[in-house]
Write a protein that binds this ligand. Structure first.
Ligand code: NAD
Ligand code: MG
Length: 403
């Protein structure tokens, strides 16, 4: 088959969990999709494995020190290899029809924006870029005539049942949350939880950062902000409901009393496939939903006393301006600190709250403002985290991880 008949696709963050689920769908449908570019952070072995299976034209790795090993491993394959942050943006800039934005954290901001700016169809998993720069991103999407397809399972669910042409008939949207591994734990129990316990999510198999975010419920907070941008709704019209079975992925409540929900097994291949095939649908190997087997679906209100991160995210969304970017940057530093054993689990939301109270920045007007703000807040959060370290040492440490 000619490549002109296939949709060309690129995966930013191919070596991660969402990247892997996307690769599974592409491998199962070689007649429909041709892979143009793949990117990874620093996992050379996984990137080589994916490149060998998917035959992209271009592969980029963010960590420049990985260039030699990657280049050697792919020598003779005909695949162009590059390294560094600019190479990741170059991958996004290449003319694939469809780009999966699945880099974790604010590191995904520029690559995602690069794909948006050339008017691509962007499947968005990287929620942090909408949290940090939602207003700017949505404006860029409109200006470039790009198409943004939500991949986060809740937003994908809402996208499937949101009657855009009847917006005035919509009362609110309801994001479901699994409640994470510490759903029923007390704050005292949570304080002693280890990174391994926090990362062991009961329903979804995900990267470390989003798994910790699920455990603190900051993930749901980030998702409330993400939904506000994607569906242009104020904070008070976005509800959260704890639903441990993770079968109802989210809902739209209409003013006539109808509530439309999307259901399915907790498997990211379903929302990713919806974005891949949109506006059509495609087959996946996802297990069909058997409600007789599941039998019971339960729902409860979230507890913002035990999960203060959710309230912080709501506050950031109400305040707007710089606050969502401050929340996100502080959370990225806090989660990394927890995963490195430098912060207690309950210290994550505490640190985010402290940084939000202390940080005083004007709302960002440009993407460079967001990047500068993100950098400053990381330094501030790192300073608080490593209180005893001199400010200069913390600055050097943070700048080496973000450049
Ligand atoms: P992951 O940690 O498994 O993968 C992250 C990817 O980003 C990897 O390919 C990694 O190499 C790359 N990366 C990390 N730092 C980078 C940097 N500085 N520069 C370039 N690339 C870098 O994460 P994930 O679970 O796949 O999640 C990815 C994104 O999707 C996150 O924003 C997450 O919130 C969102 N998301 C994930 C899931 C899920 O089920 N995993 C569901 C919904 C949304
Ligand atoms: Mg989600």
């Amino acid at each position: 088959m000619q490549d002109t008949e296939r949709k060309t696709v690129s995966i930013l963050g191919a070596t991660g969990s969402v990247g892997g689920s996307t690769a599974d769908l592409l491998l199962a449908n070689p007649e429909r999709f041709a892979v143009d570019a793949l990117t990874g952070g620093r996992n050379v072995a996984r990137l080589v494995e994916l490149a060998s299976a998917l035959h992209p034209r271009f592969v980029a790795i963010a960590d420049p020190s990985c260039y030699g090993t990657l280049k050697d491993a792919l020598s003779g394959s005909g695949i162009e290899v590059a390294a560094g942050d600019e190479a990741v943006c170059e991958a996004a800039d290449r003319p694939a029809d469809w780009v999966m934005a699945a880099i974790v954290g604010c590191a995904g901001l520029l690559p995602t924006l690069t794909a948006v700016r050339r008017g691509a169809t962007v499947a968005l998993a990287n929620k942090e870029c909408l949290v940090s720069a939602g207003d700017i991103m949505m404006r860029e999407v409109a200006d470039a005539g790009a198409t943004l397809l939500p991949v986060d399972s809740e937003h994908n669910a809402i996208f499937q049942v949101f009657e855009q042409r009847r917006r005035e008939a919509i009362d609110k949207i309801v994001l479901t949350a699994s409640g994470g591994p510490f759903r029923d734990a007390s704050l005292a129990e949570m304080a002693g939880k280890s990174p391994a316990e926090a990362v062991a999510h009961p329903r979804w198999d995900m990267g470390a950062k989003i798994s910790v975010d699920s455990a603190t419920m900051m993930n749901k907070g980030l998702e409330v902000i993400e939904a506000a941008h994607l569906f242009d709704l104020p904070e008070e019209r976005i509800d959260v409901l704890v639903h441990p079975e993770s079968i109802v992925h989210s809902m739209v409540a209409y003013r006539d009393g109808s509530v439309l929900a999307q259901l399915g097994m907790p498997d990211m291949r379903t929302p990713i496939s919806y974005a891949l095939a949109w506006p059509e649908r495609m087959e996946t190997n996802v297990r069909p939903l058997d409600l007789t087997e599941i039998a019971t679906l339960t729902f409860s209100a979230p507890d913002e006393t035990r999960f203060p991160a959710l309230a912080l995210a709501r506050e950031a969304l109400r305040l707007r301006g710089a606050m969502p970017a401050i929340l996100n940057a502080a959370n990225e530093i806090a989660v990394a600190g927890f995963l490195e054993g430098r912060l207690e689990f309950t210290g994550i939301a505490e640190l985010v709250g402290e940084v939000m109270a202390a940080a005083d920045f004007a709302g960002p007007a440009t993407i460079d403002d967001v990047i500068g703000l993100d950098r400053e807040v990381r330094v501030l959060a790192q300073d608080r985290l490593v209180g005893q370290l001199a400010h200069s040492a913390a600055r050097a440490d943070v700048e080496s991880t973000i450049e």
